[in-house]
Design a binder for this molecule. Sequence first.
Ligand SMILES: Cc1cc2nc3c(=O)[nH]c(=O)nc-3n(C[C@H](O)[C@H](O)[C@H](O)COP(=O)(O)OP(=O)(O)OC[C@H]3O[C@@H](n4cnc5c(N)ncnc54)[C@H](O)[C@@H]3O)c2cc1C
Length: 413
Amino acid sequence: MRNPDVLVVGGGPGGAAAGYWLALRGLSVLIAEKKEYPREKACGDGLTPRAIKQLVDMGFDFDGHHRIVGLRAYTGEVRLEMPWPEHSVYPNWGAVVRRADLDMQVAALAQKQGAVVATGAEAFPMIEAGDLTSVILRRKGEEDETVEPKYVVIADGSLSRFGRKLGMTRRKDYPFGLAVRGYWESPNSDDGYLESQLDVRDRNGKSMPGYGWVFPLGDGEINIGAGVVSSFKGWKGLNTSHLLDAYVESLGDHWGLTETSMVRAPIGGKLPMALSVGPRFGRNWVAVGDSIGAVNPFNGEGIDYAYETGRMAARYIADAIATGNPAVLQGYTQELDDIFADYQRVARRFVMVIGQPAMMKTFTYLGMRSRPLMEWALKVMANLLEPEERGLSERIYGTIERIVKVTPDPLIK
Ligand SMILES: Cc1cc2nc3c(=O)[nH]c(=O)nc-3n(C[C@H](O)[C@H](O)[C@H](O)COP(=O)(O)OP(=O)(O)OC[C@H]3O[C@@H](n4cnc5c(N)ncnc54)[C@H](O)[C@@H]3O)c2cc1C
Protein backbone atom coordinates (compact mmCIF):
# COMPACT_ATOMS: atom_id res chain seq x y z
CA MET A 1 0.00 0.00 0.00
CA ARG A 2 1.81 3.10 -1.22
CA ASN A 3 -0.07 5.98 0.33
CA PRO A 4 -2.36 4.74 3.08
CA ASP A 5 -4.35 7.08 5.28
CA VAL A 6 -2.21 5.91 8.20
CA LEU A 7 1.13 4.14 8.47
CA VAL A 8 1.69 2.44 11.82
CA VAL A 9 5.33 1.91 12.81
CA GLY A 10 5.54 -1.28 14.89
CA GLY A 11 3.27 -4.30 15.19
CA GLY A 12 3.34 -4.82 18.98
CA PRO A 13 0.32 -4.13 21.21
CA GLY A 14 0.27 -0.36 20.58
CA GLY A 15 0.62 -0.63 16.80
CA ALA A 16 -1.76 -3.54 16.37
CA ALA A 17 -4.45 -1.86 18.49
CA ALA A 18 -4.06 1.44 16.62
CA GLY A 19 -4.27 -0.46 13.33
CA TYR A 20 -7.33 -2.39 14.48
CA TRP A 21 -9.31 0.67 15.56
CA LEU A 22 -8.26 2.78 12.56
CA ALA A 23 -9.25 0.06 10.10
CA LEU A 24 -12.56 -0.42 11.93
CA ARG A 25 -13.26 3.24 11.21
CA GLY A 26 -12.82 2.55 7.51
CA LEU A 27 -9.38 4.09 7.07
CA SER A 28 -6.67 2.50 4.94
CA VAL A 29 -3.91 1.33 7.28
CA LEU A 30 -0.47 -0.13 6.76
CA ILE A 31 1.25 -1.63 9.82
CA ALA A 32 5.01 -1.99 9.31
CA GLU A 33 6.67 -4.48 11.67
CA LYS A 34 10.41 -4.93 11.31
CA LYS A 35 10.39 -8.53 12.57
CA GLU A 36 8.51 -11.63 11.40
CA TYR A 37 5.74 -13.12 13.56
CA PRO A 38 5.84 -14.99 15.81
CA ARG A 39 8.46 -12.66 17.27
CA GLU A 40 10.03 -12.87 20.74
CA LYS A 41 9.52 -9.97 23.12
CA ALA A 42 11.05 -9.70 26.59
CA CYS A 43 7.90 -9.69 28.70
CA GLY A 44 6.25 -11.36 31.69
CA ASP A 45 3.31 -12.21 29.38
CA GLY A 46 0.95 -11.14 32.20
CA LEU A 47 -2.43 -9.63 31.32
CA THR A 48 -4.49 -7.84 33.98
CA PRO A 49 -8.28 -7.35 33.76
CA ARG A 50 -7.70 -3.97 32.05
CA ALA A 51 -5.77 -5.65 29.24
CA ILE A 52 -8.38 -8.43 29.01
CA LYS A 53 -11.08 -5.83 28.39
CA GLN A 54 -9.11 -4.28 25.52
CA LEU A 55 -8.51 -7.70 23.99
CA VAL A 56 -12.13 -8.76 24.36
CA ASP A 57 -13.19 -5.48 22.71
CA MET A 58 -11.01 -6.41 19.73
CA GLY A 59 -12.55 -9.90 19.57
CA PHE A 60 -9.53 -11.82 20.89
CA ASP A 61 -10.37 -15.48 21.50
CA PHE A 62 -9.12 -16.63 24.91
CA ASP A 63 -10.00 -20.27 24.29
CA GLY A 64 -6.96 -22.37 25.04
CA HIS A 65 -5.17 -19.52 26.85
CA HIS A 66 -4.38 -19.69 30.55
CA ARG A 67 -6.67 -17.63 32.77
CA ILE A 68 -5.58 -16.03 36.02
CA VAL A 69 -7.79 -15.51 39.07
CA GLY A 70 -5.59 -13.19 41.08
CA LEU A 71 -2.26 -12.27 42.59
CA ARG A 72 -0.13 -14.12 45.14
CA ALA A 73 2.25 -11.69 46.79
CA TYR A 74 5.25 -12.68 48.82
CA THR A 75 7.59 -10.67 50.95
CA GLY A 76 10.13 -13.13 52.21
CA GLU A 77 8.09 -16.04 53.53
CA VAL A 78 4.93 -14.01 54.21
CA ARG A 79 2.37 -14.79 51.54
CA LEU A 80 -1.02 -13.34 50.56
CA GLU A 81 -3.36 -14.58 47.81
CA MET A 82 -5.85 -12.07 46.45
CA PRO A 83 -8.48 -12.55 43.74
CA TRP A 84 -8.89 -9.81 41.13
CA PRO A 85 -11.52 -7.36 42.38
CA GLU A 86 -15.06 -7.22 41.00
CA HIS A 87 -15.43 -4.17 38.76
CA SER A 88 -18.28 -2.63 36.77
CA VAL A 89 -16.19 -2.31 33.59
CA TYR A 90 -13.33 -4.79 33.82
CA PRO A 91 -13.62 -8.57 34.11
CA ASN A 92 -12.46 -10.32 37.29
CA TRP A 93 -9.89 -12.42 35.49
CA GLY A 94 -6.53 -12.01 33.86
CA ALA A 95 -4.41 -14.28 31.68
CA VAL A 96 -0.86 -15.22 30.76
CA VAL A 97 -0.27 -15.40 27.02
CA ARG A 98 3.15 -15.64 25.39
CA ARG A 99 3.89 -12.41 23.57
CA ALA A 100 5.06 -14.39 20.56
CA ASP A 101 1.47 -15.71 20.23
CA LEU A 102 -0.40 -12.69 21.56
CA ASP A 103 1.13 -10.09 19.26
CA MET A 104 0.77 -12.26 16.18
CA GLN A 105 -2.89 -12.90 16.97
CA VAL A 106 -3.74 -9.25 17.67
CA ALA A 107 -2.01 -8.21 14.44
CA ALA A 108 -4.20 -10.80 12.69
CA LEU A 109 -7.28 -9.15 14.24
CA ALA A 110 -6.16 -5.80 12.79
CA GLN A 111 -5.67 -7.52 9.44
CA LYS A 112 -9.18 -8.97 9.65
CA GLN A 113 -10.51 -5.41 9.98
CA GLY A 114 -8.72 -4.50 6.75
CA ALA A 115 -5.29 -3.27 7.90
CA VAL A 116 -2.36 -4.44 5.79
CA VAL A 117 0.42 -5.91 7.93
CA ALA A 118 3.88 -5.76 6.35
CA THR A 119 6.36 -7.85 8.33
CA GLY A 120 10.14 -7.74 7.91
CA ALA A 121 9.69 -4.05 7.03
CA GLU A 122 11.64 -1.50 9.07
CA ALA A 123 10.40 2.08 8.96
CA PHE A 124 12.65 5.16 8.86
CA PRO A 125 11.36 8.73 9.01
CA MET A 126 12.25 11.25 6.30
CA ILE A 127 12.45 14.62 7.97
CA GLU A 128 12.75 18.10 6.47
CA ALA A 129 13.16 21.12 8.72
CA GLY A 130 11.95 19.05 11.68
CA ASP A 131 8.83 17.95 9.82
CA LEU A 132 7.99 14.33 8.99
CA THR A 133 7.52 14.27 5.22
CA SER A 134 7.47 10.56 4.33
CA VAL A 135 8.56 7.15 5.60
CA ILE A 136 11.04 4.73 4.06
CA LEU A 137 10.23 1.03 4.41
CA ARG A 138 13.30 -1.19 4.23
CA ARG A 139 13.12 -4.94 3.67
CA LYS A 140 16.16 -7.21 3.48
CA GLY A 141 17.29 -7.73 -0.10
CA GLU A 142 14.66 -5.38 -1.56
CA GLU A 143 14.66 -1.80 -2.78
CA ASP A 144 13.57 0.83 -0.29
CA GLU A 145 9.94 1.88 -0.60
CA THR A 146 8.80 5.43 0.12
CA VAL A 147 5.39 5.77 1.73
CA GLU A 148 3.51 9.05 2.06
CA PRO A 149 0.66 8.51 4.50
CA LYS A 150 -1.59 11.27 5.82
CA TYR A 151 -0.68 10.31 9.40
CA VAL A 152 1.86 8.10 11.17
CA VAL A 153 1.36 6.22 14.45
CA ILE A 154 4.65 5.68 16.26
CA ALA A 155 4.42 2.38 18.14
CA ASP A 156 8.02 1.25 17.95
CA GLY A 157 8.50 0.32 21.61
CA SER A 158 10.77 1.33 24.46
CA LEU A 159 13.83 2.38 22.44
CA SER A 160 11.66 4.24 19.90
CA ARG A 161 14.37 5.13 17.40
CA PHE A 162 11.70 6.48 15.03
CA GLY A 163 10.31 8.74 17.74
CA ARG A 164 13.75 9.92 18.87
CA LYS A 165 14.48 11.10 15.30
CA LEU A 166 11.38 13.27 15.52
CA GLY A 167 12.68 14.88 18.69
CA MET A 168 10.90 12.79 21.31
CA THR A 169 12.89 12.58 24.55
CA ARG A 170 12.51 10.83 27.89
CA ARG A 171 12.42 12.84 31.09
CA LYS A 172 15.50 11.72 32.95
CA ASP A 173 14.04 12.68 36.34
CA TYR A 174 11.21 10.14 35.90
CA PRO A 175 11.75 6.52 36.92
CA PHE A 176 12.21 3.73 34.40
CA GLY A 177 12.48 -0.02 34.79
CA LEU A 178 14.87 -2.74 33.66
CA ALA A 179 13.68 -6.34 33.64
CA VAL A 180 14.65 -9.77 32.39
CA ARG A 181 12.67 -12.98 31.89
CA GLY A 182 13.03 -16.61 30.80
CA TYR A 183 10.88 -19.74 30.46
CA TRP A 184 11.09 -22.82 32.68
CA GLU A 185 9.21 -26.11 32.71
CA SER A 186 7.09 -26.61 35.82
CA PRO A 187 4.64 -29.25 37.06
CA ASN A 188 2.50 -26.36 38.38
CA SER A 189 2.24 -24.42 35.16
CA ASP A 190 -1.57 -24.46 35.46
CA ASP A 191 -1.48 -22.46 38.74
CA GLY A 192 -4.22 -19.81 38.56
CA TYR A 193 -2.26 -17.00 40.25
CA LEU A 194 0.34 -14.50 39.13
CA GLU A 195 3.07 -14.64 41.78
CA SER A 196 5.28 -11.76 42.83
CA GLN A 197 8.11 -11.50 45.34
CA LEU A 198 8.73 -8.06 46.79
CA ASP A 199 11.87 -8.99 48.63
CA VAL A 200 14.50 -10.81 46.55
CA ARG A 201 17.50 -12.04 48.52
CA ASP A 202 20.88 -13.28 47.40
CA ARG A 203 22.46 -16.57 48.51
CA ASN A 204 23.64 -14.97 51.75
CA GLY A 205 20.18 -13.73 52.63
CA LYS A 206 21.00 -10.11 51.78
CA SER A 207 18.14 -8.07 50.30
CA MET A 208 18.66 -7.06 46.65
CA PRO A 209 17.01 -4.01 45.08
CA GLY A 210 14.24 -5.27 42.80
CA TYR A 211 11.35 -7.71 42.56
CA GLY A 212 10.63 -11.07 41.00
CA TRP A 213 7.64 -12.78 39.38
CA VAL A 214 6.41 -16.17 38.27
CA PHE A 215 3.61 -16.08 35.69
CA PRO A 216 2.27 -19.55 34.84
CA LEU A 217 1.45 -20.22 31.17
CA GLY A 218 -0.74 -23.28 31.68
CA ASP A 219 1.08 -25.22 28.95
CA GLY A 220 3.77 -26.87 31.08
CA GLU A 221 5.93 -23.74 31.25
CA ILE A 222 6.20 -20.72 33.52
CA ASN A 223 7.58 -17.25 32.82
CA ILE A 224 10.04 -16.22 35.54
CA GLY A 225 11.40 -12.72 35.63
CA ALA A 226 13.01 -10.07 37.78
CA GLY A 227 13.26 -6.34 37.51
CA VAL A 228 14.31 -3.14 39.13
CA VAL A 229 13.13 0.46 38.98
CA SER A 230 15.63 3.29 38.65
CA SER A 231 14.38 4.80 41.92
CA PHE A 232 15.60 1.74 43.87
CA LYS A 233 18.69 2.38 45.93
CA GLY A 234 21.58 0.44 44.39
CA TRP A 235 19.88 -0.15 41.00
CA LYS A 236 22.78 1.34 39.06
CA GLY A 237 25.29 -1.36 39.73
CA LEU A 238 22.66 -4.09 39.62
CA ASN A 239 22.92 -6.87 37.06
CA THR A 240 19.31 -7.98 36.40
CA SER A 241 20.50 -11.43 35.28
CA HIS A 242 22.11 -11.93 38.70
CA LEU A 243 18.89 -10.71 40.31
CA LEU A 244 16.95 -13.30 38.29
CA ASP A 245 19.43 -16.06 39.20
CA ALA A 246 19.04 -15.21 42.90
CA TYR A 247 15.27 -15.16 42.57
CA VAL A 248 15.09 -18.49 40.74
CA GLU A 249 17.35 -20.06 43.39
CA SER A 250 15.08 -18.77 46.14
CA LEU A 251 11.87 -20.22 44.66
CA GLY A 252 10.24 -22.85 46.84
CA ASP A 253 9.24 -26.41 45.95
CA HIS A 254 5.89 -25.33 44.56
CA TRP A 255 7.24 -24.69 41.06
CA GLY A 256 9.27 -27.93 41.07
CA LEU A 257 12.30 -26.49 39.28
CA THR A 258 15.35 -28.65 38.61
CA GLU A 259 18.75 -27.99 37.03
CA THR A 260 17.30 -28.81 33.61
CA SER A 261 13.96 -26.98 33.80
CA MET A 262 15.05 -23.87 31.92
CA VAL A 263 13.72 -24.04 28.36
CA ARG A 264 14.69 -20.63 27.04
CA ALA A 265 17.55 -18.41 28.20
CA PRO A 266 16.47 -15.10 29.71
CA ILE A 267 16.28 -11.90 27.68
CA GLY A 268 15.71 -8.40 29.02
CA GLY A 269 14.41 -4.98 28.16
CA LYS A 270 13.56 -1.48 29.32
CA LEU A 271 10.30 -0.24 30.78
CA PRO A 272 9.85 3.50 30.17
CA MET A 273 7.15 4.56 32.63
CA ALA A 274 4.94 7.31 33.97
CA LEU A 275 4.31 8.90 30.55
CA SER A 276 7.90 10.08 30.64
CA VAL A 277 8.43 10.55 26.89
CA GLY A 278 7.24 13.44 24.76
CA PRO A 279 6.08 15.23 22.78
CA ARG A 280 3.32 12.70 22.16
CA PHE A 281 2.16 14.07 18.83
CA GLY A 282 3.24 16.30 15.98
CA ARG A 283 1.60 17.85 12.91
CA ASN A 284 1.04 14.48 11.22
CA TRP A 285 1.98 11.86 13.82
CA VAL A 286 0.91 10.43 17.16
CA ALA A 287 2.99 8.19 19.46
CA VAL A 288 1.61 5.39 21.66
CA GLY A 289 2.59 2.67 24.16
CA ASP A 290 6.19 2.29 25.28
CA SER A 291 7.29 4.98 22.82
CA ILE A 292 5.64 7.55 25.13
CA GLY A 293 6.65 5.68 28.30
CA ALA A 294 3.13 4.49 29.08
CA VAL A 295 4.12 1.65 31.45
CA ASN A 296 2.41 1.79 34.85
CA PRO A 297 5.15 2.36 37.48
CA PHE A 298 3.05 0.62 40.15
CA ASN A 299 3.24 -2.82 38.54
CA GLY A 300 5.32 -2.67 35.34
CA GLU A 301 2.25 -3.28 33.19
CA GLY A 302 2.57 -1.89 29.68
CA ILE A 303 0.56 -4.12 27.34
CA ASP A 304 -2.79 -2.68 28.38
CA TYR A 305 -1.58 0.92 28.19
CA ALA A 306 -0.24 0.27 24.70
CA TYR A 307 -3.68 -1.05 23.67
CA GLU A 308 -5.46 1.85 25.35
CA THR A 309 -3.22 4.58 23.90
CA GLY A 310 -3.31 2.91 20.46
CA ARG A 311 -7.10 2.92 20.56
CA MET A 312 -7.22 6.52 21.72
CA ALA A 313 -4.76 7.66 19.04
CA ALA A 314 -6.89 5.95 16.38
CA ARG A 315 -9.92 7.99 17.47
CA TYR A 316 -8.07 11.32 17.20
CA ILE A 317 -6.43 10.49 13.88
CA ALA A 318 -9.77 9.41 12.40
CA ASP A 319 -11.20 12.70 13.62
CA ALA A 320 -8.31 14.69 12.14
CA ILE A 321 -8.82 12.99 8.78
CA ALA A 322 -12.61 13.40 8.86
CA THR A 323 -12.40 17.11 9.72
CA GLY A 324 -9.23 17.86 7.77
CA ASN A 325 -7.99 19.54 10.93
CA PRO A 326 -4.69 18.20 12.37
CA ALA A 327 -5.13 20.47 15.39
CA VAL A 328 -7.57 17.95 16.91
CA LEU A 329 -4.53 15.76 17.73
CA GLN A 330 -3.94 18.08 20.66
CA GLY A 331 -6.97 16.36 22.20
CA TYR A 332 -5.00 13.09 22.38
CA THR A 333 -2.38 14.38 24.77
CA GLN A 334 -5.04 16.29 26.69
CA GLU A 335 -7.16 13.15 27.14
CA LEU A 336 -4.10 11.14 28.20
CA ASP A 337 -3.41 13.72 30.87
CA ASP A 338 -7.05 13.85 31.95
CA ILE A 339 -7.22 10.09 32.39
CA PHE A 340 -3.75 9.15 33.55
CA ALA A 341 -1.75 12.16 34.76
CA ASP A 342 -2.92 12.07 38.40
CA TYR A 343 -2.57 8.32 38.57
CA GLN A 344 0.87 8.34 37.00
CA ARG A 345 2.01 11.16 39.25
CA VAL A 346 1.13 9.19 42.38
CA ALA A 347 2.60 6.01 40.91
CA ARG A 348 5.82 7.92 40.20
CA ARG A 349 5.96 9.19 43.73
CA PHE A 350 5.16 5.75 45.07
CA VAL A 351 8.11 4.12 43.31
CA MET A 352 10.34 6.93 44.53
CA VAL A 353 9.22 6.15 48.09
CA ILE A 354 9.53 2.37 47.93
CA GLY A 355 12.89 2.81 46.26
CA GLN A 356 14.18 3.60 49.71
CA PRO A 357 14.78 0.32 51.54
CA ALA A 358 13.38 1.52 54.87
CA MET A 359 10.16 2.73 53.23
CA MET A 360 9.83 -0.47 51.21
CA LYS A 361 10.23 -2.50 54.40
CA THR A 362 7.56 -0.45 56.18
CA PHE A 363 5.09 -0.71 53.30
CA THR A 364 5.53 -4.44 52.81
CA TYR A 365 5.58 -5.19 56.55
CA LEU A 366 2.32 -3.30 57.16
CA GLY A 367 0.69 -4.29 53.89
CA MET A 368 1.36 -7.99 54.00
CA ARG A 369 -0.13 -8.22 57.46
CA SER A 370 -3.40 -6.63 56.40
CA ARG A 371 -5.53 -8.32 53.75
CA PRO A 372 -7.85 -5.29 53.24
CA LEU A 373 -4.85 -3.02 52.76
CA MET A 374 -3.27 -5.38 50.24
CA GLU A 375 -6.55 -5.92 48.39
CA TRP A 376 -6.86 -2.20 48.10
CA ALA A 377 -3.22 -1.97 46.97
CA LEU A 378 -3.92 -4.55 44.25
CA LYS A 379 -6.85 -2.43 43.02
CA VAL A 380 -4.75 0.72 42.95
CA MET A 381 -1.68 -0.89 41.43
CA ALA A 382 -3.64 -2.59 38.66
CA ASN A 383 -5.58 0.65 38.09
CA LEU A 384 -8.93 -0.99 38.86
CA LEU A 385 -10.64 1.58 41.08
CA GLU A 386 -14.29 2.37 40.31
CA PRO A 387 -15.05 5.99 39.36
CA GLU A 388 -16.91 6.46 42.67
CA GLU A 389 -13.81 5.27 44.50
CA ARG A 390 -11.98 8.33 43.20
CA GLY A 391 -12.60 10.02 46.55
CA LEU A 392 -11.05 7.06 48.29
CA SER A 393 -8.16 7.07 45.86
CA GLU A 394 -7.69 10.80 46.39
CA ARG A 395 -7.42 10.17 50.16
CA ILE A 396 -4.99 7.36 49.55
CA TYR A 397 -3.02 9.50 47.15
CA GLY A 398 -3.02 12.17 49.84
CA THR A 399 -1.63 9.71 52.38
CA ILE A 400 1.08 8.59 49.98
CA GLU A 401 1.86 12.21 49.24
CA ARG A 402 2.20 12.98 52.95
CA ILE A 403 4.58 10.06 53.31
CA VAL A 404 6.46 11.28 50.25
CA LYS A 405 6.70 14.78 51.68
CA VAL A 406 8.51 13.56 54.75
CA THR A 407 10.78 11.48 52.56
CA PRO A 408 13.76 13.47 51.36
CA ASP A 409 14.26 12.81 47.67
CA PRO A 410 15.54 15.46 45.32
CA LEU A 411 13.96 13.63 42.40
CA ILE A 412 10.41 14.08 43.60
CA LYS A 413 8.78 17.07 41.98
C1 LIG B 1 11.14 -8.08 30.94
C2 LIG B 1 9.84 -7.35 30.76
C3 LIG B 1 8.67 -7.88 31.32
C4 LIG B 1 7.44 -7.25 31.11
N1 LIG B 1 6.31 -7.85 31.61
C5 LIG B 1 5.09 -7.31 31.34
C6 LIG B 1 3.92 -7.99 31.75
O1 LIG B 1 3.94 -9.10 32.30
N2 LIG B 1 2.72 -7.39 31.49
C7 LIG B 1 2.63 -6.17 30.86
O2 LIG B 1 1.51 -5.66 30.67
N3 LIG B 1 3.76 -5.53 30.43
C8 LIG B 1 4.97 -6.07 30.64
N4 LIG B 1 6.10 -5.45 30.17
C9 LIG B 1 5.95 -4.21 29.38
C10 LIG B 1 5.45 -4.53 27.95
O3 LIG B 1 6.28 -5.52 27.38
C11 LIG B 1 5.47 -3.27 27.06
O4 LIG B 1 4.92 -2.21 27.77
C12 LIG B 1 4.68 -3.49 25.76
O5 LIG B 1 5.29 -4.45 24.95
C13 LIG B 1 4.56 -2.17 24.98
O6 LIG B 1 3.97 -2.39 23.72
P1 LIG B 1 4.39 -1.47 22.47
O7 LIG B 1 3.49 -1.90 21.35
O8 LIG B 1 4.41 -0.06 22.86
O9 LIG B 1 5.90 -1.87 22.16
P2 LIG B 1 6.53 -3.27 21.73
O10 LIG B 1 5.77 -4.40 22.30
O11 LIG B 1 7.97 -3.18 22.04
O12 LIG B 1 6.33 -3.32 20.17
C14 LIG B 1 7.07 -2.48 19.32
C15 LIG B 1 7.20 -3.18 17.97
O13 LIG B 1 7.76 -2.28 17.02
C16 LIG B 1 8.69 -2.97 16.20
N5 LIG B 1 9.57 -1.93 15.66
C17 LIG B 1 10.49 -1.20 16.34
N6 LIG B 1 11.06 -0.30 15.53
C18 LIG B 1 10.48 -0.46 14.32
C19 LIG B 1 10.66 0.20 13.04
N7 LIG B 1 11.51 1.23 12.91
N8 LIG B 1 9.94 -0.24 12.00
C20 LIG B 1 9.06 -1.27 12.13
N9 LIG B 1 8.86 -1.92 13.30
C21 LIG B 1 9.56 -1.51 14.38
C22 LIG B 1 9.33 -3.98 17.13
O14 LIG B 1 9.89 -5.06 16.42
C23 LIG B 1 8.14 -4.39 18.01
O15 LIG B 1 7.46 -5.51 17.46
C24 LIG B 1 7.36 -6.05 30.36
C25 LIG B 1 8.53 -5.50 29.81
C26 LIG B 1 9.76 -6.15 30.01
C27 LIG B 1 11.00 -5.57 29.39
